[in-house]
Ligand binder design. Sequence first.
Ligand code: MN
Ligand code: MN
Length: 461
Amino acid sequence: MENIEKSSNRRYTKKNIYELINDQEKNSIMSFSEEYKTFLDLCKTEREANDYIIKLAKQQGFSEFVFGEDLKVGDKKFLTNRGKGVVLFKIGENDIEKNGIRIIASHIDSPRLDLKQVPLYESDGLCFLKTHYYGGIKKYQWTAIPLALHGVIYKKDGQKVNLRIGEEVGDPVFYINDLLPHLGANQMQQKAKDFINAEQLNLVVGGMALKDNNEKDKIKENILDILYSKYQIVEEDFISAELCAVPALNAKDVGLDRSLIGAYGHDDRVCAFAALKGIFDSDNKNTDVCMLVDKEEIGSEGVTGIKSKLYEDIIDEICLTLKKNVRKVRQNSMCISADVTSAYDANFADVFEKNNSAILSCGTCINKYTGGGGKSGASDASAELLQKIREIFDNNNVIWQSSELGKVDLGGGGTVAKYIAQLNIDTIDIGVPVISMHAPYELISKADLYSSYKAYKSFFI
Ligand code: MN
Ligand code: MN
């Protein structure tokens, strides 16, 4: 028989990253994760992420961009979108008409409970704040855990008050009631979506009545007193406020081997942080744009979502000032939609198709398409783009894997990919796999975080 030489890579396999790397790389994974955990603890809302990202960008030599200013090779710029999202870009040496620009888009908003505009009320011994949930949550997961209150309030005279209550040692926290099991017989018979309904997601904010007061709601009156004496806020100021309840829990290592991170808001601050570090550490050849946006969790709508014209304007503006044809530039550009995907979970094996699932700690996940059913709503990247991405990653020792969300027809999801693709820019989803996505405390692998950072950095280079 003929002796056929076998290529060592005939099979596509996934391996736990720690089987493939040396101690130095392992140390890099661990130290990168420490920086990431700090980022998470300081940035629980898009506004907080915006401010911290700008602080880091300035330390890296980025300066604020103003529309109309001239740009030249070597410039490192950032632009905030109303304090809720940041675009960072670097003008590289390569001709952008020929090489295009490299874009990574990621989101910094996460599911949470926003306060309603008229939130405060008292009922039978407790005072509450009414909430309106933001993004796709399992409502029952948000009861009986400590919650912090973050956000801004604008008083009528224009004064801005920043709130962040429940994060420091000694701070009070907030709470959403659940039913005791002793009286839960009927509740336990309900469907999970009805365990707690949206109008029961009320934050406990107090229980102390004012003394010697003729007011009807004395606990509410006391809370109003506290709000006024501490922050000079009156009830009507909630109308011009954006306040939200988020888990009052910090990021922590999970597992005896410390290989995992549990935290609120991995989706999608994990990819945002990896992309940010990627643009910081890339070289000067390509022109790179890193878009860290708001409102992905509610469909990318509004002036701070990726559908806003601002993101197109920035590409236009770069081309205009460099005197390049924007249509040519977009045609030759590539974009990574850097968003999380679901990780295979052996505890819920029946929703996954194993060969095409992301396995934790096997590297950043390339999702050719997202969507639901027959790829409905998916951007579906081309085979040609997949080839280019494989080449870039393999040339830069990025350990990656191919995945999709779960079994076909069981559900689905989407990202910002399709909105960038609409600009005639080839776009693909690549990001970190997550366990318990959209839960108050989500789980990721440190190895996948670092692999995504390496992936994004090599794409920018
Ligand atoms: Mn996401
Ligand atoms: Mn999400």
